[in-house]
Design a protein around this ligand. Structure first.
Ligand code: SF4
Ligand code: SF4
Ligand code: FES
Length: 240
């Protein structure tokens, strides 16, 4: 395979032809933040635009996760233009997101939080979306909760359900700004073919998919003198 010579942040980098700017930067130890990309599975929908970079000769900013390197390319990952655009993208994502970090199941491990920190976000200048109280959280499954208010439409869950678990329960519905990830036919998860493997939870970058917490039920059972509580470890499959 032929090699490509390029410059990223004033450093000479060599990459294999066909690799993306993101991969070339990572191989050189240069950090470009990402959100929708799940590079281990080559899942790069180019949806979030968090990974934007400035490439000399290009009129607009370039998504590093999808753009292939070319010979002599000169890339800048941290110019004022890039920082401003990245901040704007993250602000818009957060403005359209419930303000529930304090008690979100992903608080502290949320990739959106990490990206906001990387972008140096101190405020959100836009009005926050007011979400309806009902209808956006699917608690129908005995084990998985889908909170579509928090979904950032990265579609990693669609890819893992389809390509890794080969169940294809989750699918994008609608187009443009109305796109949303749903179980097939927009059914409640419990009525779909979901096998509750949890793979989708593992890849979700935010708190839009999470395990149902039955700790309160366990406490209740433990405190019931008429019950004997038995613990059984589930024979977990690949999500473990
Ligand atoms: S739990 Fe498994 S089968 Fe169900 S939606 Fe998630 S990945 Fe698909
Ligand atoms: S539910 Fe999670 S993994 Fe699926 S599209 Fe939304 S944010 Fe991405
Ligand atoms: S990580 Fe590149 S567009 Fe989302």
């Amino acid at each position: 395979m032929s090699t490509i010579n390029l410059t990223i942040d004033n450093r000479k980098v060599t990459a294999e032809a066909g690799t993306t700017i993101l991969e070339a930067a990572r191989s050189a130890g240069i950090k470009i933040p990402t959100l929708c990309a799940w590079t281990e599975r080559n899942h790069t929908p180019g949806a979030c635009r968090v990974c934007m970079t400035e490439v000399e000769g290009q009129r607009s900013l370039i998504a590093a996760c999808v753009f292939p390197v070319t010979e002599g390319m000169v890339v800048h990952t941290n110019t004022e233009k890039v920082r401003k655009a990245r901040k704007m993208v993250v602000e818009l994502l957060l403005a359209n997101h419930p303000q529930e970090c304090n008690f979100c199941v992903r608080n502290g491990s949320c990739e959106l939080q990490k990206v906001a920190e990387f972008a140096g976000l101190k405020e959100v200048r836009f009005d926050y979306t007011q979400f309806p109280k009902e209808g956006m959280i699917d608690r129908s499954s005995p084990s998985i909760v889908r909170d579509s208010r928090k979904c950032i439409e990265c579609h990693r869950c669609v890819t893992v359900c389809d390509e890794v678990q080969t169940v294809s329960v989750l699918t994008p519905a609608n187009r443009g700004s109305k796109v949303k990830v749903v179980p097939a036919f927009d059914l409640p998860l419990v009525e779909s073919n979901c096998i509750a493997c949890g793979q989708c939870i593992m890849v979700c970058p935010v708190g839009a998919l999470y395990e149902k917490d039955d700790v309160d039920l366990v406490w209740k059972a433990l405190q019931d003198p008429k019950k004997h509580v038995i613990v059984q470890e589930a024979p977990a499959i690949r999500a473990a």
